[in-house]
Design a protein around this ligand. Structure first.
Ligand code: ASP
Length: 330
């Protein structure tokens, strides 16, 4: 190669490199620079299942000047206290040994996260998760340690097993069929995402987990990236359903990363369900549902089975909406 050719080649590859580097730099721009925000769409609150009281509470919290994090905490508290909800907090179904064990987490717009897993005797698990986030150098506390920490923070111990949940459990014990029940039609774990008037996002998730699970079992709901993920530059997602499947595919993180790459919240939720079903082509006896919101305040939701719904409080309207589902027409 003569010197002229060598210089030409070097110049060209240099050019290639610099074009490539510019493209890369564009890709690596903070994602909110690539996403126009749309203030017509927020504030908003979205939650898994039919939970109008919870979204109302969250919406009111935003209206009274609370942050998105305050909104999800208060909204989730409403379900934790609600005896009619058999999958969250007080009135939650016990594990197969008769213990109500709670999992919860929340995440704010700065990427802070707090979580409790396998905690007993304290109704407001999501508020304890917030204390873990704000008052300790840790992100996750489990079991007795979480309960003792809660008490040290002023939470009161109480028996979470109601008479009616106990009666159902006693009936279940007659056969003791170890087949954790996943609600396909009814409301379940609450996962909630809120966007404040400035478009800042937070999320929370709280549950008593699968009914009659093994003692010690923890699902996706309190695990960052699985039951919940928030990235204030991109969007947020949360899950409900069979936690084992959500954990294996890190569903909520997957949805946020797909949105980062340009998918709409709807496309991202569908892809996360597809990933699960690709690995389980012959298993259709479980439900998973996702909801997501991006930085523009656009919404997505999708599940495996019919029966999943989400509650959306936006533009002053509190609505329950049934999204599309994977098994439709299959
Ligand atoms: N995802 C929860 C868990 O696996 C259960 C649910 O959403 O019903 O613990």
């Amino acid at each position: 190669m003569n010197r002229r050719k060598f210089l030409q080649n070097t110049a060209l590859s240099g050019l290639g490199l610099s074009v490539g580097a510019t493209a890369l730099a564009n890709d690596l721009k903070p994602d909110n620079q690539n996403m126009d925000m749309n203030p017509d769409n927020y504030p908003l609150v979205i939650a898994t299942w039919h939970v109008p009281n919870a979204t109302k509470k969250a919406w009111e919290t935003l209206e009274n000047g609370g942050s998105a994090l305050d909104a999800v905490e208060k909204g989730c508290n409403a379900e934790e206290e609600d005896l009619a909800n058999n999958s969250v907090g007080y009135g939650g179904r016990p594990d197969r040994d008769g213990h109500v064990t709670l999992d919860a987490c929340l995440m704010d717009d700065k990427g802070n996260y707090g979580s409790v897993v396998f905690m007993q005797n304290i109704v407001h698990a999501i508020s304890v998760a917030r204390k873990v986030m704000e008052e300790t150098p840790h992100v996750l506390l489990a079991g007795k340690g979480a309960e003792e920490f809660a008490v040290s923070q002023g939470f009161k111990r109480m028996n979470l097993l109601t008479d009616s949940a106990k009666k159902d459990w006693e009936e279940w014990k007659i056969k003791s069929e170890y087949k954790p029940i996943i609600n396909i039609e009814n409301h379940d774990t609450i996962g909630m995402l809120a966007m404040d008037k400035d478009g800042n996002l937070s999320g929370g998730c709280t549950t008593s987990g699968l009914a009659y699970k093994m003692h010690g079992r923890v699902g996706d709901s309190p695990i960052i990236g699985s039951g919940l993920f928030v990235d204030n530059e991109v969007g947020a997602a949360t899950a409900t359903g069979l936690g084992e499947e959500v954990l294996k595919t890190v569903g909520s993180f997957l949805i946020v990363e797909l949105m980062r790459q340009g998918r709409s919240p709807q496309q991202a939720c569908e892809e996360a369900v597809n990933r699960i079903m690709k690995k389980q082509p012959n298993r259709q006896d479980f439900q998973v549902g996702y909801i997501a919101v991006n930085k523009k305040g656009e919404i997505g939701a999708y599940s495996i089975h019919k029966g999943f719904s989400y509650q959306l409080y936006q533009n002053g309207k509190n609505e329950n909406i049934k999204p599309g589902f994977y098994l439709d027409g299959k």
